[in-house]
Write a protein that binds this ligand. Structure first.
Ligand code: ADP
Length: 281
């Protein structure tokens, strides 16, 4: 589904954000990208849809090169990538419904959306999605009247109405309380499963990532230093990613047998050699 090879990003300031990153995401596979601040997580996600232009490397989505596309073709390609943001990126004065429908912008063209004349099937789909994310009672509310969790649900519905192949999710829970964060992660994972959608979720909350996401990719200083299931992410591997720290309470080291079983289960269910290696199968 998504193949990243040799991805390198050097900003004009001289900062090297990514060095020779290889990463493959299968159809329907969800990965959590973890790592300390400045490790390159946001840069990686932004290179995939070329909000940031990579310095080197190739990115392919469904076999088609993203890195080689001209402006027009890139616009079409971006329809296939739904983005979900930490700060939601909603238009505050517009309604929930209008915000969701703005996800169809890439399809209906600027003037039609400006005049708010979306095709009926888009409106119907927006209703269905709002019902699915639990906001069908709020379609006419203005975005600025919503709580953080409700805003993120609108952001999710807006990404899904694009009918994407992959979700690029940048710190979806960083502005939310712990309970809402869990609800949002659960919802994203459920929706990916229902729709066979792949996702890359950039997340700094390691326990949350480990609880919900079957494949964790750890970045440190722009390089992949871990790629495997949460159960195999022990204190030593967390130290590889983040540096020295007391990790008790974060890992599943308390019961090594259980951790090993879980790791094997995940590895067996995913056809990805790097995961199977990490799980020791
Ligand atoms: P993360 O998302 O893991 O916190 P980032 O991708 O934001 O990491 O940053 C990776 C590195 O790239 C850091 O050294 C950061 O300072 C640098 N960087 C990020 N964005 C820019 C930018 N727009 N201009 C220059 N350097 C940047």
């Amino acid at each position: 589904m998504l193949q990243i090879e040799g991805l390198t990003m050097r900003y004009p300031t001289g900062d090297t954000a990514l060095t020779d990153v290889d990463l493959t995401v299968e159809q329907g596979q969800v990965i959590a990208l973890i790592g300390p601040s400045g490790a390159g997580k946001s840069t990686l996600i932004r290179c995939v849809n070329r909000l940031v232009e990579p310095s080197a490397g190739t990115i392919r989505l469904g076999g088609e090169s993203v890195t080689a596309l001209g402006a027009g073709a890139l616009r079409l390609m971006r329809r296939r990538m739904g983005m979900i943001f930490q700060e939601y990126a909603l238009v505050e004065r517009l309604s929930v419904m209008e915000n969701v429908l703005s996800g169809r912008l890439g399809y209906v063209g600027f003037w039609r959306s400006y005049l708010r004349r979306y095709p009926q099937e888009d409106v119907d789909e927006a209703f269905r999605l709002l019902e699915r994310v639990g906001l069908d009672h709020m379609v006419d509310k203005r975005a600025d009247a919503l709580s953080g969790g409700q805003r993120q649900r609108v952001g999710i519905a807006r990404a899904l109405i694009q009918n994407p192949d992959i979700l690029l999710v940048d710190e979806p829970t960083a502005s939310l309380d712990p309970k809402t964060s869990r609800q949002i992660m659960r919802l994203i994972l459920e929706l990916c499963r229902e729709r066979g959608l792949a996702a890359i979720i950039n997340i700094h909350d390691v326990p949350l990532a480990m609880q919900f996401v079957p494949r964790i990719v750890g970045l440190r200083a722009g390089e992949v230093v871990y790629d495997g299931p949460p159960a195999a992410l022990d204190a030593a591997r967390l130290t590889d990613i983040y540096g020295e720290e007391d990790w008790s309470g974060t890992t599943r080291d308390d019961d090594p047998a259980e951790a090993r079983d879980a790791a094997h289960k995940v590895a067996a269910s995913v056809d990805a050699p790097e995961i199977q290696r990490a799980a020791g199968s």
